[in-house]
Design a protein around this ligand. Sequence first.
Ligand SMILES: [Ca+2]
Length: 352
Amino acid sequence: MRPLPSLATLLGLFEYTRCAPSGKNIIIDTDFYSDVDDAGALLLAFTHPDANLLGVNVNYPSTYSALAVSALLGYYNHSDVPLGLIRPYTNITWLDDFAYENGEYASKVAYHWRDFSPLPWGDVRGTWEPVKLYRKLLAGQSDGTVTIVGIGFFDNLSALLSSQPDPYSPLTGSELILSKVAELVIMGGSYPSGREYNFFGYNASAAAHVVNHWPGSITFLGDQVGKYVLSGGRLALGGPERDPVRAAYTWYNGKRRWRPSWDPLTMLYAIEGLGAVFRVGSNGGHNYVYPDGRNVWRSGDDGRSQRYLELALPNETAGAILDDKFLLGAIGATGMYFESPGYYGQDVLGFL
Ligand SMILES: [Ca+2]
């Protein structure tokens, strides 16, 4: 079993997480619907001391996805952060009709943490239309200072790219991106080539539009990087009992608890950069997405700045780093430190 962080380390980082928000300007585009790794990514972003959260857009048209993200925003003290939801939406919930082993979590998080949510239970009319939210947020920031993190599907980003001048900005979507966005960080694709769900699974033409026509820098984290990095288990086993992301991992994973880390790794890079965890896997070149969602890394930069990531550490080390950050973020959000020496590793799933 991996050694636990020392008490001094935990307390020191706990204090750090209570500081006023600063750091990198982040807008998140998440499906928050099927795989629970979106919840891990949001826990990272909502509690990381180096992230300045500007807004969240939901790219899957479920009211429960938006209500759950709203509950997380409230729970982690970001009730003032605006939330968008793709239109038209329905009350659809996820069913694991692939493996019939993973549990739905979005509606449960939305309901059980509804008292934290800025949105009233069951009513998402207060969410932004995603393109309007993007344009408002981007227009309000200094040039070249915004990082957009895409950890789902591409309809919102495609619509931003195609958008026209409006009351928020006289620039087209492409001009606004070029002016304001420092980097688009995408979980999607397979490198140097392959077929990955975020590109082909929902709206492949939107993925192709964004990847092939985005005017600024893009960094990709592909399927192979996240697949073998397991995280979430320590949070599920020993995190604060009332933490909603702990519950999400528990509901989704059942007794297996750990889960691949595509979205949390993408978020970690977006906030912290390469650090000791990542290195650039590409050597020049650019990504190309076919109309059916397959992708290939092509030589030549084609006038664009694109790269894909690899891990610079063993999978187990990267997973342990994520688990540390999940746990510390969750503890920091409770406003209290758990003093019981037997707390960590204790199976407290009985609360469900
Ligand atoms: Ca996702």
